[in-house]
Design a binder for this molecule. Structure first.
Ligand code: 5AD
Length: 348
């Protein structure tokens, strides 16, 4: 374990020889705790409708992007594709789309379960306890909702409430998910304008404190049609966290050291900035999960949460082949099971 001061020192460290030691340590811990297998999760971006106005995100409600919602048949077909590739999980992700009723989502969960037997992860935003409960009972296993930043002031700035006076407490959602028996996933953005090293160290400590089962982190990538893309307010006191691949690598490594048994992806944002090398780097520095995109090609470029998102022009086969090539190049291999979090299993 690392104390906060140590975490901050590592985040600020630029000595390559020292960093190599950090990465070695993280890689060893990864190997001892979760092994060499890499869990592949088929990501299906089921709708880009979103009621929210997140200051960082390209599909925020006000943006004039072509909106889509996948049909139930399209979603199930994409899940079958993931099954065909041998994946243990599908992740259904969307903006906060209030057109999808809880019953409709529950139906899709049941259908995918019956047809594939895969683990089902949801990533559908801030939902009520009642909905989360219904989906768990329908067969959902896991839920992802990043808290983005543990600094409440910064969070309020980048994630305005839906209505005046409404409180958005993602930690509350995470608590509900835990209570309902989900495998709980969260994470943070790295290099948000205004984010300090102290903030980011607190995020990493928070991962540990709330004992997350899955932790996704990625560099903030400015989108030109968003408030944070147009008018970023970077800190000028020397404490601004940069948003680049190297910083993301440090955070992945520190997260692995702090949360040895968690499932940690090498994320799409890292691949977007760092290409195949970035993806492989995330796996070499503590990561044990990749989320190949299974969304039909015609929808992919519309799910533009940030520009030039890796894989936006590819089909599922190409996304799969690229991932396998990355794994082969570093001597790792896809897992065969459902890829449950060892952290979740050890808690039970
Ligand atoms: N840059 C990087 N990551 C982003 N996300 C949303 N917008 C951006 C961006 N501009 C991340 C958020 C969200 C996840 C689905 O995508 O962390 O939780």
């Amino acid at each position: 374990m690392l104390a906060k001061e140590e975490i901050i020192n590592w985040l600020k460290c630029e000595d390559e020889a020292e960093l190599a030691k950090l990465y070695d340590r993280a890689d060893k811990i990864r190997k001892e705790n979760v092994g060499d297998e890499v869990h592949l999760r088929g990501l299906i971006e089921i709708s880009n409708y979103c009621a929210r106005l997140c200051a960082y995100c390209g599909i925020r409600a006000e943006n004039k992007v072509t909106r889509y919602r996948m049909s139930k048949e399209e979603i199930v077909e994409s899940a079958l594709m993931a099954k065909k590739f041998g994946y243990g999980t599908v992740v259904l992700q969307a903006g906060e789309d209030y057109h999808f009723t809880a019953d409709y989502i529950a139906d899709i969960i049941k259908e995918i379960k019956v047809q594939t037997g895969m683990a089902i992860t949801l990533s559908l935003g801030e939902k009520s306890y009642k909905e989360l409960k219904q989906w768990k009972e329908a067969g959902a296993n896991r839920y992802l909702i990043r808290f983005e930043t543990s600094n409440p002031e910064l969070f309020k700035k980048i994630h305005p409430p839906l209505k005046e006076g409404m409180v958005c407490d993602r930690f509350e959602v995470l608590k509900s998910l835990r209570e309902l028996g989900y495998e709980v996933g969260s994470g943070a953005l790295i290099g948000i304008p205004g984010q300090s090293y102290d903030d980011l160290a607190n995020d990493i400590l928070k991962f540990k404190e709330i004992d997350l089962d899955m932790i996704g982190v990625g560099p903030f990538i400015p989108h030109p049609d968003t408030p944070l893309g147009k008018n970023p307010e970077y800190r000028t006191d020397g404490e601004q966290v940069p948003s680049n691949v190297d910083m993301a690598f440090k955070v992945v490594a520190l997260t692995r050291i702090m949360c040895p048994k968690a499932n940690i992806p090498s994320t799409t944002a890292v691949s977007t900035l760092g290409g195949a090398k970035g993806r492989a780097g995330g796996l070499a520095k503590g990561g044990n999960v990749i989320m190949p995109n299974m969304t039909p090609v015609k929808y992919r470029k519309l799910y533009e949460i940030y520009p030039s998102k890796a894989g936006s022009l590819h089909d599922a086969q190409k996304s799969h082949d690229d991932v396998i090539e990355t794994l082969t190049s570093i001597g790792r291999f896809p897992s065969t099971g459902l890829g449950n979090s060892k952290n979740y299993e050890s808690r039970k």
